[in-house]
Every structure is written in C-alpha cells, then in structure tokens.
Write a new protein. Structure first.
Length: 319
C-alpha cells in the first residue's frame, strides 16, 4: 500500500478527541467502513468471504517514530495511548472490513486495542508481554467459545527484529489416524494467564473441526491436556507437523498482519528486551465476524465487551 493512500485518513484521525480506547461510536460511523484504501479493502473482503488468504500483510502505514514516543514500560501511563490513538483508529477501520473489533473485560481494562510490549516482570512468562520466553504457537483465546475470528497486529516498532511465527492448517500433512483423533472431543483446554481465570476443569473438545481437507483449528498447547495418556503421542505428531510448517515474519513499522484465527496458529520468537523506550511495540486487535453469537457473554449489554468467564460447560472458580 502506498503511504499516500492512507495519509489523508490518518490526518483526519489525528484531529479526533481522545477517546481513551472507547471506540464503539467510531466503529458505528458509516464513513469508517469505506475509509480504507480500496486494495486493502478487497484483500480483507476476500479473507472474510472466501477465507483466502489465511494470512495477509498490509504494508506502508506511516509511523512517525518520534511522534509515537517511547515504548511504554507498563500499562499505567495513559499518555502513550493519546500519542497513538490515530493508529488505533486506523486499525479499527481496517477491522470493519472483516467484522467488528471487540474487547475482553479482563484484558487491558477492557480496551478494544491492546498494546503489546515487553514488561520486565513478565520476561519469562507465557504471555505476550514476555521477551526471553518464546510464545508457543496457539489459537488466540482458544479456551473461549467466542474467540476471535481474526487477529490483527500493527507494528509500531521492532528494532530487535523479533519474528512473529505462524503456521497454516492447510499446510499440515497428518496421517488419517491422527486427524481422526484430533477431530474427536478428547482434549481439555484451559485459559491462558492473561485472562486471570482459575478453572476447575473444562469439557473435552476436538482440536480440529469442520472440513477434514481444510480444517479449522482450536488449540493452545501450553494450556492443553488430553483426557487419556495415549493421546500424548497424537499431540506430539501434531506439534511436530506444526513446527515443520512454521513460518517466520519480521514485522516492520507500518506493517499490519492479519491472521485467520480459525485456520492458522501463531506465536513469537524470543528476543532480548532493553527496557530503554525503544523495544518492540505492537497494537493488537481481536475481530469477530458476527458478535450476535456471543450475546450471552456481553458485559452489561455491551456487544463489544465480552466476559472472559462466560464459558460453556466450564466450572469457574475464584473468578
């Protein structure tokens, strides 16, 4: 994408008053749906209607490195959101070609757009604010029945050239007996720690579903366990195949990566954070094709704010 194609829209977005991450009204503006460049809109429309491509990168979004300021050290400083609101609004505008961007009530104060940067206390944890810890490949929010259809990552800064990793389900070549097992509901999926939920147990589920030739996937191996020890060998074969087909993508400032969260898994390579205001910094969005299906999880009737604990067939404790 030519940066000039989006420059007028970005200039208009800079003039908006500070919304503190509350973008419901903006998503409902008819002009938002038609504002993004035509070529990008066609690509996203193809992802939504044809499920192709499964992964796409839109490049050329202008990022003023000086104007966005230092990479934050934690989420307590509100000023960095003011400096980057125009970029958040732009990402939300792109999301409207796929569906609606939404938030979780237990993640980053219920904000639709998440900031992803290293936090020193999280360095070796399995969470996106880690650095030295490799983020194991996963489906985003795999534990939840209303997980996003798409995940969007907008790169503001990546001096360490830390790779985003992903693998497409269509690339996997698995024996029939392994596919049979993965299509059978016999695996328990727990929430990741970013949702701060303690669960007693979850109902067994399948990890693959839909068309066997072009399956959908739902799993997060770091928080996954089989109902029977014999299934560990099946999981190991699946894990090996995903690793074999893993791709690395180093996002540069102005790159917007969009992944189909039903047909791909993603993660991140480890990197060394310096906590000097120059570390890797992304904006992340979760996008739903149809928020009506998540009505039981809406928080106080807000269709774009979902309750992380609204889990079907799941016992939740200490929520």
């Amino acid at each position: 994408m030519d940066p000039e194609e989006v420059a007028p829209l970005l200039e208009e977005l800079r003039s908006r008053p500070f919304l503190n991450g509350r973008y419901d009204a903006f998503q409902d503006e008819p002009s938002t749906w038609t504002a993004i460049p035509e070529r990008a809109a066609r690509c996203l429309e193809s992802m939504r209607r044809r499920e192709h491509p499964v992964a796409a990168v839109i490049r050329g979004i202008p990022i003023d490195d000086e104007a966005i300021g230092a990479t934050p050290l934690d989420w307590s400083d509100p000023t960095f959101r003011q400096r980057t609101q125009h970029l958040e609004l732009l990402a939300v505008a792109f999301a409207t070609s796929l569906g609606e961007a939404f938030a979780w009530d237990r993640q980053q104060d219920g904000r639709v757009v998440h900031d992803v940067f290293p936090i020193k206390e999280h360095a070796d944890q399995q969470i996106n604010s880690a650095s030295t810890m490799r983020i194991t490949w996963h489906v985003e929010d795999a534990f939840h029945p209303h997980r996003p259809d798409y995940v969007m990552l907008l790169c503001l800064r990546n001096p360490q050239r830390a790779a985003t990793t992903f693998s497409l389900a269509d690339d996997w070549d698995l024996p029939d007996h392994v596919v049979d097992e993965l299509f059978t509901p016999q695996f328990r999926q727990l929430p990741d720690i970013s949702h701060s939920i303690d669960v007693a147990e979850t109902e067994p589920r399948a990890l693959l579903f839909g068309d066997r030739r072009h399956p959908y996937v739902c799993g997060d191996p770091y928080y996954l366990s089989p109902v029977d020890e014999r299934l560990q060998a099946v999981l190991n074969q699946w894990y090996s195949e995903v690793e074999r087909t893993m791709r690395d993508m180093v996002l540069c400032p102005g790159d917007l990566l969009i992944l189909d969260n039903y047909r791909a898994v993603h993660g991140r390579a480890p990197f060394e954070a310096l906590y000097d205001g120059r570390d890797r910094w992304l904006k992340r969005l979760c996008v739903s094709r149809d928020l009506r299906r998540s009505a039981a999880a809406w928080v106080q009737g807000n269709r774009r704010l979902l309750d992380s604990t609204a889990l079907a067939s799941t016992a939740v404790v200490n929520a």
